[in-house]
Design a protein around this ligand. Structure first.
Ligand code: 8YV
Length: 319
């Protein structure tokens, strides 16, 4: 049987491209001069799509063009870039890369929390700019005695909570429902969580269901000493409300790895001394990105060899 044909609309890591090239007939759409013409010629035979967020939104418009499509293998645990509901309706399986990045993202989240509270990047700049000789760096807020609210207690949220327990802080959470076998205190709403917390860490998946979950009301409930950490998706936070809340002291600070319109970052944030801004690097270590890439390749391989996907997303997992 000829190798299945896989379309990669936008570049992915070299090791993913090489592994797929080895096992399948891989089409690199971004390398074509006439992408539209190329797509027309290969579309009827494409059985798999390999995508990262660089490929843009993968939705019904793509599925309409690819009548033989069986699987979308997406790079990343978050798959809000793929319309999984539309895929499920057509019997197309969607896979993501859960599990292999949980610890990496949790490490980064805790690092970002400490960096934000203790102003670590600002202190580094202070030394580099030769300002130490002129006087001590200003005192910072502290993690000591804080109550941390985890917004979204999935695998990454649990990995964060597990780490934070060692820091001796108290931990609460909000999610769609209370979880059995979890000792952290549950709050029924995001506002209730924010009211009971000095730090809110957003770890919920993106998408329409969580859009602007952190809004002006949640920020007001978090309060003037409160700190928001976001390592999930920019869409989860109402960025305009966040900028306003930081400007007028409604909250005390923020550590942000994700933004509503990446790679654009609101100008106002750049000038603020009480925020730490990262370029979406939660999972971005060599080892973890390689593990995510392997899982993309393994999902496609087991699908075409054995007719099953390793990590289908819940919307499409009954196939
Ligand atoms: C990646 C991510 O930055 O896994 C996710 O959901 O946000 C990150 O690991 C992203 O998938 C890159 O395409």
């Amino acid at each position: 049987m000829p190798a299945a044909q896989i379309l990669m609309p936008a570049p992915m890591a070299d090791d993913v491209v090489a592994a797929l090239d080895d096992r399948f007939m891989l089409h690199r759409l971004w390398e074509q001069d006439d992408r539209e013409g190329f797509l027309r010629s290969v579309a009827p035979d494409i059985r798999g799509l390999a995508v990262s967020t660089l490929a843009g939104r993968i939705d019904a418009a793509w599925f309409d063009r690819l009548p033989a499509l069986e699987i979308v293998a997406s790079f990343g645990v978050g798959y809000d870039n793929v319309d999984a509901g539309a895929a499920a309706g057509r019997g197309i399986v969607v896979t993501n890369t859960p599990g292999v990045l949980d610890d990496e993202v949790a490490d980064l989240a805790v690092g970002l929390l400490l960096a934000t509270l203790r102003r670590i990047p600002q202190a580094d700049r202070f030394v580099r700019e030769g300002r130490w000789a002129d006087g001590a760096f200003p005192l910072s807020p502290t993690l000591r005695g804080r109550r941390v609210g985890i917004l979204g207690l999935g695998a990454i949220g649990k990995a964060i909570a597990h780490r934070l327990a060692a820091f001796g802080v108290s931990i609460g959470y909000h999610g769609r429902s209370r979880q059995d076998g979890v000792d952290y205190r549950y709050y029924v709403t995001t506002v209730a969580l924010a009211e009971a917390s000095d730090v809110v860490m957003a770890v919920v998946p993106g998408g329409s269901g969580t859009r602007h979950l952190v809004d002006a009301d949640v920020l007001a409930a978090l309060g003037p000493d409160g700190v928001l950490i976001n390592v999930s998706r920019g869409s989860v936070v109402d960025e305009r409300a966040l900028v306003a809340a930081l400007l007028d002291g409604t909250i005390g600070g923020a550590g942000l790895d994700v933004f509503e319109n990446e790679p654009q970052v609101p100008e106002a944030l750049l000038a603020m001394p009480n925020v730490v801004l990262l370029p979406h690097i939660g999972s971005a270590s060599h080892a973890t990105r390689a593990a995510m890439g392997r899982l993309v390749v393994e999902n496609l391989t087991t699908w075409f060899d054995e007719g099953r996907a390793l990590t289908p997303v819940p919307e499409t997992s009954r196939r």
